[in-house]
Each structure stands twice: as C-alpha cells, then as structure tokens.
Design a binder for this molecule. Structure first.
Ligand SMILES: [Zn+2]
Length: 202
C-alpha cells in the first residue's frame, strides 16, 4: 500500500490516504477546515473515498466532516465516544476556537470495538482502543506494519493536559501499544512526520 499525508491548516493535523491500488482509498482522520488539498489529490489520482477511520473526536482531526458531502458517500468508523461527540462542540473542542466553525452535526458511524479486525479493499485494519489523551482515542494497525496513532503517540510529546484526558488510562494504553509494537512498525501520528516506533516520549 501507499500512504500519503495531507497536513491540514487547522492545527496542522494530518489526514492520511491509504491507497491499496484500487479505485477506492481509505482515510485516517479528516482535518481541515478546507478539503481542497484532499479533493485535488483524489481528482489527480482518479480515486474516491470508501471509508474514514477517526483516531478521536477532537475537531482538528474531524473538522473536514463539515465539508464531507464533497467526497461523496463513505462509511465513518470510530469508537462510540468519538462518534457521539462529533455533534458536541464542547467535547470535540470546536466551540473554544474561532478558527473553525462549530462541529455540531450528527453523523452516522460504524462503532468499532477493541481488537476488531476489518478487511477493506485488501487492507487489513486492526482497531486498538487507546483512551487517555481523550476517552474516544483509538489507533489503527494497517497490514501489521503501519500504525496510525492520532494524538495518542506523537514523536516528541504527550498531550494529557486537556479537560477529558486521563493519565491512568493513557498509561494503560501506552503499555498496550508497547506490547504490540516494535521498532519495525512505522508510526503515522496525528501531527508531524512518520517515524519508527521507539517507545513513548517521557
Ligand atoms: Zn487530540
């Protein structure tokens, strides 16, 4: 598979495109607020989106949903907490900034469970629940090789100072991920460049 990154304007959150060579691609997160770069990529590559996996409910990773009609129809996969709070601007934090509109719309989503494995377009996606940074966090292991971590694992910092962050949960999630990952796993974080796993920043 090929993985492409789009760095979005709002908080430089990453949208990832997973292209397994068929007409449909998968997305991990949908930042924004504009989808111009993504739409341009899809047009250039003659691809369409069939599924979106959200790492968590924070608006920098989901605000592109407000423009999602321009992507056609696709399935949204996420944890229950994440999916329910796409319509709650206090929980997804969109209400606290004037840089983006409020994310307050109800979206239909497929609720994931921990350990759930999906096969879509020939791509295997394993769901790993990793609450801590927020209650709705999940990471996605793709083809046992690539791991999309959202804000749960960033290259140089741990983000646990938000109102709904939980340090104890995060520690458990950190142990969980550490038990599954080795230095051969390539990490695609919610912000910044990819890197090989080498533990969690302190
Ligand atoms: Zn976040």
């Amino acid at each position: 598979v090929h993985i492409y990154r789009i760095e979005n304007e709002y908080r430089k959150a990453n949208t990832y495109i997973i292209d397994a060579g068929c007409e449909d691609v998968l997305l991990i997160d949908l930042g924004g607020p504009s989808l111009q770069s993504l739409l341009k990529w899809l047009d250039n590559h003659k691809k369409k989106v069939s599924a979106l996996f959200l790492t968590h409910e924070h608006a920098d990773h989901c605000i592109g949903l407000l423009e999602s009609a321009s992507l056609g129809s696709f399935n949204i996969y996420c944890t229950q907490y994440c999916g329910e709070n796409l319509s709650n601007p206090r929980r997804n934090y969109s209400i606290y900034t004037s840089e983006i509109p409020n994310l307050d719309r109800v979206f239909e989503f497929e609720e994931l469970s921990d350990g759930h494995k999906l096969l879509i377009n020939g791509v295997t996606i394993e769901v790993l629940f990793t609450p801590g940074h927020s209650p709705g966090c999940a990471c996605y292991m793709v083809n046992d090789t690539y791991v999309f971590t959202g804000d749960t694992l960033l290259s140089n910092k741990t983000l646990l100072n938000l109102p709904n962050s939980n340090r104890i949960d995060h520690k458990l999630s950190q142990d969980y991920l550490s038990s599954l990952l080795s230095e051969t796993h390539l990490v695609f974080p919610g912000h910044g460049d990819s890197f090989y796993f080498s533990g969690f920043p302190r």
